[in-house]
Design a protein around this ligand. Sequence first.
Ligand code: UGA
Length: 435
Amino acid sequence: MLKFSVIGTGYLGATHAAAMSSLGFEVIGVDIEPAKVAALSKGKVPFYEPGLEELLEQEVNSGRLKFTTDFSAIKDCDVHFICVGTPQQKDSLAADLTYVDAALDAVAPHAKAGSLVVGKSTVPVGTAQRLLNRLKATNPSADLAWNPEFLREGFAVEDTLRPNRLVVGVTNDAAENILKEVYAQLLESGIPWIRADLPTSELVKVAANSFLATKISFINAMAEVCEAAAGDVTVLAKAIGYDPRIGSRFLQAGIGFGGGCLPKDIRAFMARADELGARQALEFLREIDAINLRARQRMIELVRADLSEDLKGKRIAVLGAAFKPDSDDVRDSPALDIAAQIHAAGANVIIYDPKANANAQARFPRLGFAATAAECLKDADLVLHLTEWQEFKDLDPIAVKKMVKGAIIIDGRNHLDREKWLAAGWKFRALGRTH
Ligand code: UGA
């Protein structure tokens, strides 16, 4: 049975390590943060991801899954998965490859002869070949492949064990065969396998995320037009979604995409295309990014319109801070960005998120936070629905009306049942819906 190391134990690495262990492999997770390693070693996940803690605990208890900060522990492993982050650089659109480079340099001296380094992080095209050259310079008998990850936060375990495709970028058959052994159980269940060269495998990932971002910004552009033309974007989305060539998923108009992936990936893709002399091909992604950021401003304009422009001292209940439901991730969260901007304009903002309050508070300590939805809603002049948690969909508009001062709600995700809120006597507003 092959033995694996997983370098980097964030959303991607922790999930991958636990999932690989659940397939019966021995796995050692390595991270430079001792606190993370200590928590994971006890079966505790340092972030919220449904189903992961149960799986992690089970795998740690099985004895197959271990975590350490010591890179020498990987010396017996046959495959080393690199799962570290590639955030946006502070002063440019490009990806920061510091962690990927550091991971490769930390693995190279310990990787045994014939072992395979497998990159899973999202990287600018060309990175894999550069890392392969770097690996060969210090460890000529090791090889490198790229195996992009398509997991969504909130569905990380499911997406890792039942992905809709497996993509491997390799330079030879031996590397592909090792990866076929890694994923043998998944392949048996019929998951499509795509062998590619290194650059194509890197591009598949950013192309997929660019397409998803484009789909979201497309419907948000339609929302802008609906607002101008007295239309309803939710009806429009439903109608076009029935065409199987278009499909209804990722056509939810609202305050747009955020998180640690889509925004930085489309920016890094543009930066890389620029370097490659293909700037024009991705010029449209600038517009995708701009439409996405404009949705946040349109939301703030709706708030101003409903509060006669003056936000000073107004109590605004913000439902949701995470960039999407079933996650506590607030990286580039449209919800939190809007809340912070409204606060900066003088409003008294009170946020409630079922899981992301702590992360949001760490980022914006001056904003107000409530421990429950009821506490958040109490005496509010206006309610903003910014992350579509089920808990918010389940709110009873009649009961909520008794808690607030002003019965005005703006649905930033087009996810609430408008008729129910209108029937309870609320003024209900939403992006892309004028009536
Ligand atoms: C995304 C991709 O979906 C994954 O396939 C990919 O592996 C991952 O990035 C990554 O690169 O690691 P994720 O960021 O977890 O996954 O979240 P998504 O479900 O794609 O949602 C992204 C954002 O789009 C969220 O802020 C969500 O609220 C927003 N969104 C999504 C909309 O505004 N409208 C929609 O119709 C759908």
